[in-house]
Design a protein around this ligand. Sequence first.
Ligand SMILES: NC(=O)c1ccc[n+]([C@@H]2O[C@H](COP(=O)([O-])OP(=O)(O)OC[C@H]3O[C@@H](n4cnc5c(N)ncnc54)[C@H](OP(=O)(O)O)[C@@H]3O)[C@@H](O)[C@H]2O)c1
Length: 218
Amino acid sequence: VRIGVLGTGTVGRTLAEKLVEVGHEVRMGSREAGNENAAEWAAAAGEAGSEGTFADAAEFGELVINATAGGASLEALRAAGAESLGGKVLVDVANPLDFSDGMPPTLTVSNDDSLGEQIQEAFPEARVVKALNTVNAAVMVAPGALDESTNLFVCGNDRAAKGQVIELLETFGWLSGDILDLGDISAARGTEMYLPLWLRMMGALETPQFNIRVVRGE
Ligand SMILES: NC(=O)c1ccc[n+]([C@@H]2O[C@H](COP(=O)([O-])OP(=O)(O)OC[C@H]3O[C@@H](n4cnc5c(N)ncnc54)[C@H](OP(=O)(O)O)[C@@H]3O)[C@@H](O)[C@H]2O)c1
């Protein structure tokens, strides 16, 4: 599958590397073509990797991943272009974190709205699936490196799109039984508002390499 990865940060590069490893063709997008991180990644990726603008990557991808800074995601997606996103699965891994007042960050949207919903509303033709935002980049692509199997959340309005994303996540090593479908895209409120707790756990555990496991009774 051809995949467009919007974002040149740790997440964009980690996902892009894994996607090439599992057999996809990937184009990484940035505000400007020739971004240093993107060019370095593309050179290492070989034939299956390329880079360009957000618009180039979105046009290229049959599936598109939003791995841009949450506060800038709507702007980045507008640059990617609504037409290129229409009808496509758009995996949103971004968290709406505002670091402008230092640590800890605050959320730019919360409570009765979320970045996932804002993206779905701004791009009604895109099939937005919120996923992977509750784990560190390294854990996203190597869940098996943790001592036990852990849980991941997906949500979105399009059932088939979620199914496609779950299949992709399985190729990263996630077990389908460990992926909890929380329902429509408004569930992104909860998975984004989990970030303050995630940050505190990172502090308490002194590592970002962790995840949670949900245990249910009968
Ligand atoms: N780091 C993690 O482990 C982790 C885990 C879960 C979720 N997330 C979320 O994943 C996303 C990516 O995180 P990251 O740490 O890889 O990188 P990041 O620094 O949060 O984001 C980098 C990307 O955002 C773009 N960007 C920044 N400001 C912009 C603006 N004003 N307009 C348009 N685009 C802009 C950058 O564009 P250029 O390429 O042009 O510089 C770059 O591609 C974030 O939303 C983050 O909260 C991160």
